[in-house]
Design a protein. Sequence first.
Length: 469
Amino acid sequence: MKARHRGPVMPPSRLTIGRPPRQHAGANGVERGRMTKAWRVDVLECRGSSHDVGKQLAEAFLKTTRGRAFARRKERRPFAFSLRNAEAAFKAWAPNIWEELHGFADGLKIPLERAVAEYANGRLRYPPRGCSAVMSAGLYGRNYDYDVRRYDRILVAVQPKGVHASIGFSDRFTGRVDGMNEHGLCVGLHQVSEAAARPGLVCILIVRIVLDQCATTRETVALLRRIPHGLSFNYSLMDAGGSAAVVEASPAAVVVREGGQLGCSNHFLSPAQQAFNRRNPGSYRRLPALEKFASEQLAADRLFKALNDSLSPVFDHRYSAGSGTLHTIVCTPAERRIQIGVGGDATPSSIDFGSWVRGRPLGLEALTGQLGGTAKPFDPGGRRVIAKSGGGAGKVFIGTPLDNALFKDLTLANASFANVSLAGARFDDIDFSNTVITSNCNFNGMQIAGVGVKELLAVYARHRRGEQA
């Protein structure tokens, strides 16, 4: 059956911007091309044996939409999965998580093999994710940027017997993307690439193992040097003593950067690891801003705002491309305290994790916020043709790929551009009233009404000098 034609499709080199068409809500309350207001992350507290923790995680999972869909779905076993190999790896590196997986399988009423294959399989692969971290002045701050459809939306505090208690954001329930443990050790993952992938422990389990087993940055570095890494990731670290590091871990080597003021994004800096970097302009753009935040030694509230402000150069609005900022954390490891916000422009919730370890409840059932914050940026990801005429007024274009875009027959009154590439873009018949074009914009080859921006700026400069244009 032939697909119905839905209108002209323009080549990738030309994106026409005008009034967006109506979009239908997608998964998790997120519309294609823009964000909805509400964003909720549940908070879960688990104590007891590792088996008990696994059952509690399963019970929480079955209450979610994804969990109910999982319960109805037939088993889909990954290619070349071996339960025997998985068991050997877990018993060697994380026997407590192996016990937790037994509890998880029991709670879901599924075979252990299925639970391990779908939720703790070293052959799992992930879409690219962008993450930012700052380690400075005794603080660990971090943004997590990822696909909303793949996000567990659970902050989980666990206190299993025999390992360290920890709090962090869940990925596939047994794994973590970031967190802090009872000793104040903080860790976060930063995907670099899947180049030269080989069998090894999956990233989210590595973060969990660190939280379970290590108390200091030094211990973590030693562990990460021993662990088999299947993919290339940065791991940002800080402990209660203020010792910070970035561990560049690839299948070939582990390189460590240490310092009192560090920034970390999604590429390797060491010359020996350059071959593992993927093309990732966003990572290279964010790192200088992160290093600036680190050098300024911001207080916790200021660091949270620097990371979570929807107009921040490190806040990612590319939700439709699977890389929007989902949560922000700022940890004070020495005090075992965390400020946490979800979405953008969040009012952070403060958690005293030390008190929780001593037996007090968190007193928090959920974190709520707004994806993208209040900026409401225009996000053309996934769309190549947008209806002309109208639209654009008050839009905020942040971190948006607008190379060679054609802006035609619309108003950009009160619009803002920041951290975007407008290389080769054209503006025809546009109302520019009160438009603001601010930091980190690339104007190479951009034209307004057929005149290059460089020529317009040259005329303006001569005018300011009082010369004849």
